[in-house]
Design a protein around this ligand. Structure first.
Ligand code: ADE
Length: 294
């Protein structure tokens, strides 16, 4: 089974799910950042298991490309895309209302949309910092609040999964996203507490180093950082988008009906060693220190 989950994202439409085929039949999910990478893997798995899926992103061309993959999956659920800028409250409200009107209910919200760029903290400009915090932290809050206010409360049920990152021991070269994702980890707990009485569960998945299409946005030097992480991951390999999707779908499913306010780390044990990027930094510092005695 684990071989299936390790298949590359390009194989998505041909990969069987490890879950029962109709697990999400008749359910509707909204997946932000659903056009590419981890979001697309989550949308594909939901579709495979019978859900209606709406993918949202700021960039429609990314959504259209994602739809091409999703349409290859032979499943009964309906598919829609809707442009949605999670930094803009009007855009969020329109996207949420679209999904609710189109399908009558929205059962699941997966907050996967976001973005960041590698940079030493010393060089992050205010504009870049604000953009990452606004997208990854504020965007997740606004999306969750709007979906709960406009849909989940009326229905009396709803399930949210926030996709964050492995940032527990700091996140070298990613100070902005480390701070934002850490904020979402805490937000997950607060929303779980406040919204449990309303029938809304809120959980998070923290991916470790994942080989997804997101890596294409990085320079060759920064891409190398991904592969150099492998010795710092107890599992001895990078993770796949399908492995993040599997954890997300577990949290959305009735199997997790009594789970709220938790974050599942899907990182091949990386957290137990420390952060892979921090380990690389440590090796660099240690090499420099050794050189200075030579
Ligand atoms: N992905 C990256 N930035 C985004 C934004 N502002 N809205 C939705 N998805 C995004």
């Amino acid at each position: 089974m684990s071989e299936d989950l390790q298949a590359p994202a390009s194989a998505l439409p041909r990969q069987p799910s490890i879950y029962r085929p109709d697990l999400f039949a008749g359910r509707t999910a909204f997946v932000t950042g659903g056009g590419t990478g981890i979001g697309l893997a989550i949308a594909a798995e939901l579709r495979l298991l019978g859900a209606n899926v709406v993918i949202g992103s700021r960039r429609v061309e990314k959504l259209e490309r994602g739809m091409e993959t999703l349409r290859q999956i032979d499943a009964p659920g309906e598919l829609e895309l809707h442009a949605c800028n999670i930094r803009d409250e009007e855009s969020i409200a329109a996207a949420v209302d679209f999904a609710a009107k189109r399908f009558g209910v929205v059962d699941f919200l997966v907050n996967n949309g976001g973005g960041q760029f590698p940079s030493p903290a010393i060089a992050i400009a205010r504009k870049g910092w604000d953009a990452v915090i606004e997208t990854n932290l504020t965007g997740t809050f606004l999306m969750s609040q709007a979906m709960t206010q406009r849909v989940f409360l009326q229905q009396g049920h709803g399930t949210i999964v926030n996709i964050i990152a492995q940032m527990w021991n700091g996140f070298p070269m990613m100070a902005h996203t480390g701070a934002a994702r850490s904020g979402v980890d805490n937000l997950t707990k607060t929303l779980a507490l406040e919204w449990a009485p309303m029938g809304v569960r809120v959980n998070a998945v923290a991916p470790g180093v994942i080989l997804s299409s997101g890596i294409d946005n990085y320079t060759p030097e920064n891409r190398k950082f991904f592969f150099d992480s492998v010795p710092h991951i107890p599992a001895g390999r990078l993770g796949t988008p399908r492995e993040i999707a599997a954890a997300t779908l577990f949290l959305l499913s009735p199997a997790a009906g009594f789970i709220t306010g938790t974050t599942i780390r899907v990182d091949g044990g990386e957290t137990l060693y420390g952060h892979a990027a921090a380990q690389q930094l440590k090796a660099m510092v240690s090499n420099k220190a050794t050189e200075s005695y030579e």
